[in-house]
Ligand binder design. Structure first.
Ligand SMILES: Cc1ncc(COP(=O)(O)O)c(C=O)c1O
Length: 387
């Protein structure tokens, strides 16, 4: 009787929700499942942040609608953070808008800036919400394959003029989910020049900017000269401070892009609970030792996983950032993932779920402890040994 809208029917199934359903159903059947599936940190939010939240929530002045672009003290803390760590200048009044997590901002942004029939350029494999937001806004996704031979960077020269003619937004995400690739300043300069020439917007998803290894901090998109003329960066506290459940992020960069998104949001949500924003100030302004410790933890897990996979004769590229490992396999990604699930109760994400160019790969999330990684690898070794 109640038919879903055409746009809803155009949406692909939401991969991570599907994986989580499978995990829960196996657990309910009594199996011990080890999940490298969803990229949701297992480590706790830093204590200093939880304490700041507890203090904030005791003050009744935060109980009302937050409205607007967010608390000015939180936006100031964001601006100070960009200055301190990336030498980027941001006007906290005009160039920053608080989000209910970066997913929210990414999903809504096209509604503010595209018209039906406009084309958005989307990296593939990639985070599914670029495509979802585009479809919901009546736009047309054009997928830019990220190939290993190009270091998982899109080749702008391969985008046909017929597509570019109607293109509006270029999505970029480095450090990249799912490939874990990073973009250097020469690529980012090329992207900025390309978009300036064509009048395109860059939506830069920096969700994993702080999850890097071996002391090599990734280049900040907004530090590229001219980036702010055409770009908006979307970032959040989710991955850096283990706060995926808290739902807080921000958009920053070009004033018009930020204010367009803020105006749209004024019409559909009423902002992020102010106590969470106050805890967010503690995140960015407090000592960052916990973040450094978290990087070390992921790095150790990465090293354990890389070593085990190499012993199983996989050719492994060592991730330099994110908490993902993108593994090349010699078979279909769905059948590989299904085999691991059914024979070893291990969940990995099939690459095809991130788009056609993800075929031939599976993604491991490093969001389980070393012991579980080792245990999973033992089970995997039995499966790999089978003919
Ligand atoms: C590339 C990328 N961007 C954005 C997000 C959304 O993060 P959040 O909405 O928690 O800020 C994720 C989450 O997995 C992601 O992988």
């Amino acid at each position: 009787m109640f038919e879903l809208s055409k746009k809803m029917n155009e949406l692909p199934p939401y991969l991570f929700a599907e994986i989580d359903k499978k995990r829960k159903s196996l657990i309910s059947e009594g199996y011990e499942v080890i999940s490298f599936g969803v990229g949701d940190p297992d480590l706790p939010t830093p204590k200093r942040v939880v304490e700041a939240m507890k203090r904030a929530v005791d003050d009744p002045s935060v109980y009302r609608y937050p409205f607007g672009k967010g608390r000015s003290d939180f936006r100031r803390a964001i601006a100070d953070y960009y200055k301190k760590y990336s030498d980027v200048d941001l006007d906290f009044e005009k160039e920053i808008c608080v989000l209910i997590g970066s997913k929210e901002g990414i999903a809504h942004f096209p509604l503010a800036f595209i018209n039906p029939g406009d084309v958005n350029l989307i990296p593939e494999p990639g985070y599914p919400v670029y495509q979802i937001g585009t479809i919901l806004a009546g736009g047309i996704p054009y997928f830019m394959p990220l190939k290993e031979q190009n270091d998982f960077l899109p080749d702008f020269g391969k985008i046909p003029d017929s597509i570019l003619k109607n293109a509006k937004i270029l999505y970029l995400n480095y450090p990249n989910n799912p490939t874990s690739a990073c973009a250097d300043s020469s690529f980012l300069k090329e992207a900025v020049a390309f978009c300036k020439k064509r009048g395109l917007i860059i939506l830069y998803d920096a969700a994993y900017h702080e999850i890097y290894f071996d002391g090599k901090r990734p280049t900040s998109f907004l530090s590229i000269p001219g980036a702010k003329d055409i770009g908006i960066e979307i970032h959040s506290l989710s991955k850096t401070y283990n706060m995926t459940g808290w739902r807080i992020g921000w958009a920053c960069g070009n004033e018009k892009l930020v204010s367009g998104l803020a105006t749209l949001k004024e019409n559909i949500d009423s902002g992020t609970f102010e106590a969470i924003q106050i805890a967010g100030i503690e995140c960015l302004s407090g000592p960052q030792d916990d973040v450094e410790q978290m990087r070390k933890t992921y790095q150790k897990r990465r090293d354990v996983l890389v070593e085990c996979l190499r012993k199983l004769n996989f050719q492994v590229k060592i991730p330099q950032a994110t908490f993902y490992l993108w593994l090349k396999i010699n078979e279909g990604s769905l059948s590989f993932a299904e085999k691991l699930l059914l024979k070893a109760n291990i969940i990995v994400t099939p690459g095809i779920g991130f788009g056609d160019s993800g075929e031939g790969y599976v993604r491991f999330a490093l969001t389980i402890d070393e012991e579980k990684i080792k245990k999973a690898m033992e089970k995997m070794s039995n499966v790999m040994g089978e003919k």
